[in-house]
Design a protein around this ligand. Structure first.
Ligand code: NAG
Ligand code: NAG
Ligand code: NAG
Length: 353
């Protein structure tokens, strides 16, 4: 009896062991056994807000597919539609006058309302001293504009030459230019967000060298700092400005006007509800809609895979994942697709030929 029980026990243990080995092996090879998530392209977003291309509304999926099939067809803007956006955005938002803070649009004694919340700050003489008299963008008109996002989709794109041919090249957050054949090097306008000052340059408390090194490839650009998004960011923005003054770049640094950001939010709210604040990509594409005849977007791809299922890094220059989830990338991306389908701008997805 006891022997029988012991045998039974031994058998159970052996079965459990075999099961364990099978499960372990299966787990190890799971990735090669499972089919690839074909065309399932995941948005970089908050985890609870995961979205796949297959979950995009049918119309948007169609636009996306159309977009990819027409990449190699010569593209021409619909000038009427472009003029319509220029007029509408000029009326609501007026980038020529309102894009950056000036002595004119925030006179002494007026208040600046931050983008986030309703907090205000009174405009004092020390701020006025830092502002230009009139906007440097008051007569901005460009033929070809390239708005260059930082997505990993730029890698191997060979778009550098095409980007450098544009009359206005906008870039974001001081990306290292280590792949000039993919990204180009020309930069007319560079934004420097508070989030990048915090994360990459440690609030600019001390390591200015890092910041100076990152600025060095861009000394010919004009810089825009969204200093008035939130009261906490202001000190950092001033430290950035002082560092840049020390480099002789002071005259080329401007503060983004929160009023411009708010008026854009109101303009786009008309079509869809819009929860968090606009990304700088979205803001400067809107600026381009007022200033440019022919706009091409590069490096905008909010998905972790391309349409062939290949992984795409969030940035072309590092392995970082998005940390700032304050933006509604899926809504913004839908707007880009819509503008593309209206022939208002060209959206570059893959390689430049
Ligand atoms: C922008 O504002 C300026 C100054 O108020 C005005 O002269 C100009 O016509 C405005 N632009 C548009 C497109 O409304
Ligand atoms: C600025 O804000 C303060 C405090 O809210 C208010 O008392 C003042 O009237 C405002 N000034 C202007 C010019 O709106
Ligand atoms: C983005 O905006 C859409 C509406 O356009 C909304 O349904 C969605 O919840 C928003 N996403 C986030 C993360 O707020």
């Amino acid at each position: 009896m006891a022997l029988n029980r012991r045998l039974k026990f031994g058998f159970t243990v052996a079965a459990a062991l075999i099961q364990f080995v099978i499960l372990f092996t299966l787990k190890k090879y799971k990735n090669s056994i499972l089919p690839k998530p074909d065309n399932h392209v995941q948005f970089y977003q908050k985890p609870e807000n995961v979205q796949w291309i297959n979950e995009l509304p049918m119309q948007e999926r169609k636009k996306l597919v159309h977009l990819l099939h027409t990449q190699e067809v010569p593209w021409k803007p619909d000038v009427t539609k472009v003029a319509q956006y220029r007029a509408e955005l000029g009326q609501c938002c007026n980038a020529s006058v309102q894009l950056v803070l000036t002595k004119e649009n925030v006179p002494l004694g007026s208040n600046i309302t931050y983008v986030n919340g309703n907090a205000k700050v009174a405009v004092k003489a020390d701020l006025i001293e830092l502002l230009p008299k009139i906007s440097p963008f008051s007569h901005s008109r460009y033929k070809h504009c390239a708005v260059v996002g930082n997505s990993g989709i730029l890698r191997q794109s060979r778009c550098g030459q095409e980007i450098d041919l544009a009359d206005l090249v906008v870039r974001f957050n001081l990306p290292p230019l280590m792949f000039p054949e993919d990204t180009g090097t020309k930069t007319t306008l560079m934004t420097i967000n508070p989030s990048i000052l915090k994360e990459k340059f440690h609030f600019l408390q001390k390591e200015w060298d890092l910041f100076v090194d990152a600025l060095n490839p861009y000394v010919n650009a004009v810089f825009l700092i969204p200093a008035f998004t939130h009261p906490d960011n202001e000190g950092m923005a001033y430290r950035a400005l002082y560092t840049m003054e020390a480099m002789g770049l002071g005259k080329k640094v401007f503060f983004l006007n929160p009023k411009y950001q708010r008026s854009l939010t109101d303009y786009w709210r008309g079509e869809r509800s819009w929860s968090p604040r606009l990304s700088s990509g979205f803001i400067f594409i809107n600026m381009a809609l007022e200033f440019c005849q022919h706009i091409t977007l590069y490096g905008f791809w909010p998905f972790s895979r391309d349409l062939d299922g290949q992984a795409v890094s969030y940035h072309y220059y590092d392995d970082a994942l998005p940390s700032d989830t304050a933006h509604n990338m899926s809504t913004e991306f839908s707007h880009y697709l819509h503008l593309y389908s209206q022939k208002v701008l060209f959206f570059r997805y893959g390689k430049c030929i």
